[in-house]
Design a protein around this ligand. Structure first.
Ligand code: ADP
Ligand code: MG
Length: 377
């Protein structure tokens, strides 16, 4: 039974949507319609009801409707076990550009307040290529999973990277005071330790969720985070603590200066995924199999977030997730989504992709103008 759901959504001047309002039942939501009618735009708007840049990872100012003098805004009513909350976000014009605004129940709030009220899990077509793509994309994908469990992870990652860039600049310029480098390495160590802890805990929860879940149409994934052990070699300490990290960064100064980049640290980690039963690396699986692995991982992740966050289950955004799945897996996905405590939002070009929901979901046909015809079937 769904315990966390958006029961109203309103988009103003948001990409193709001049003004779009949806009244929603606490059921899964299906957005269907032709290419380019604005389905992903709606999912993106929902994803911005969380800290960060949303599921397109684009600058926030890009989302303002072209030609509009006023910036975009998104409002929603969020229903949880403990009540209904009015949440909203958007941009406000300031002298040197735009500033993000967040409101909770009519009062100004921080973006972090949104993360406290609602967690989100999403899967987009852009993530389909992560297994064969660059390591950095996979690590970003994994950090996004971590972030749904530990919202403070985003700050730890950005603070670590900022200290790393400042240290590298000093190393590149040469002749920096050792005390400056010491200070920056201390900061790097502090944030590296935090972010590694968040990642390890997320990994443990995901693995536990996958191991304890019954067999389904979705393959179980073997997950491993690799590349962090280089640090253990460097620091000769395992498990690594903050002091060992600081020592390690200090010892690698010379090499990092020569290389022009920081050669070791948690920014060098990689997520290794394989199809457990077949012992097949995900990168060698077919497109459809990779999608099935990703969907399985997303479902496991949603359950892990639910288990961690008793008060509110995550909202799940699945953009075009059914497109590469065969009929059996599509039906299995739909049945699984109906079991979750957080509301699922799905997009697709054709209503027939979602027929297996029957009357368990609410269907909205999106039309060219962004106008909506809600048809709860
Ligand atoms: N800032 C913007 N202002 C107006 N229209 C936009 C903006 N950004 C994107 N669009 C339009 O939104 C449409 C794409 O919407 P999208 O949600 O991706 O479609 P789909 O229904 O296929 O998921 C395109 O027609 C694009 O031109
Ligand atoms: Mg789309």
């Amino acid at each position: 039974m769904i315990s966390t759901a958006l029961v109203h959504l309103s988009l103003s001047r948001f990409r193709s949507h001049t003004k779009t309002e949806l009244d929603i039942e606490p059921k899964p939501v299906i957005l269907f319609g032709a290419n380019g009618v604005g389905k992903t735009n709606i999912l993106e708007a929902v994803s911005l009801l969380a800290p960060g840049r949303g599921l397109r990872r684009k600058p926030l100012s890009d989302a303002t409707q072209r030609g509009s003098l006023q910036p975009w805004a998104v409002h929603a009513k969020l229903s949880r076990q403990d009540g209904v909350f009015s949440i909203g976000t958007g941009l406000e014009a300031v002298s040197n550009g735009h500033r993000r605004l967040v409101r909770v129940d009519g009062s100004h709030a921080s973006a972090g307040a949104l993360a406290q009220l609602m967690r989100q899990v999403w899967l987009t077509p852009a993530q389909d290529r992560i297994f064969s793509g660059a390591r950095g994309l996979r690590l970003k994908f994994f950090d996004r999973l971590v972030f749904s469990l530990f919202p403070e992870h985003a700050k730890a990652v950005s603070s670590y990277e900022k200290a790393m860039r400042q240290r590298q600049k000093l190393l590149d310029d040469g002749g920096a005071e050792p005390a400056w480098l010491d200070g920056l390495e201390q900061q790097m160590a502090q944030f590296a330790f935090l972010l590694m802890q968040n990642r390890n805990q997320t990994m443990q929860r995901l693995i536990q969720e996958i191991e304890t879940s019954p067999d389904s149409a979705f393959p179980k994934a073997d997950l491993e985070l690799v590349g962090e052990d280089e640090l253990a070699v460097l620091t000769a300490k395992c498990p690594i603590d903050e002091n060992a990290l600081r020592t390690g960064f200090g010892r690698s100064r010379h090499n990092d200066a020569r290389a022009g980049r920081c050669l070791t640290g948690p920014h060098r980690a990689d997520l290794r995924v394989s199809w457990a039963v077949k012992q097949m690396p995900a990168s060698e699986c077919s497109t459809g199999e990779q999608k099935a692995l990703l969907v399985g991982l997303t479902l496991a992740h949603a359950k892990a977030v639910s288990a961690h966050q008793q008060a509110c289950a995550p909202i799940i955004l699945l953009d075009e997730a059914c497109a590469h799945l065969d009929e059996r897996r599509r039906a299995a996905l739909i049945d699984e989504l109906c079991q979750l405590k957080g509301q699922a939002w799905l997009s697709g070009t054709d209503r027939s992709l979602f027929e297996h929901f029957g009357n368990r979901a609410q269907f909205f046909e999106i039309k060219e103008t962004g106008a909506m015809s809600g048809q709860a079937s």
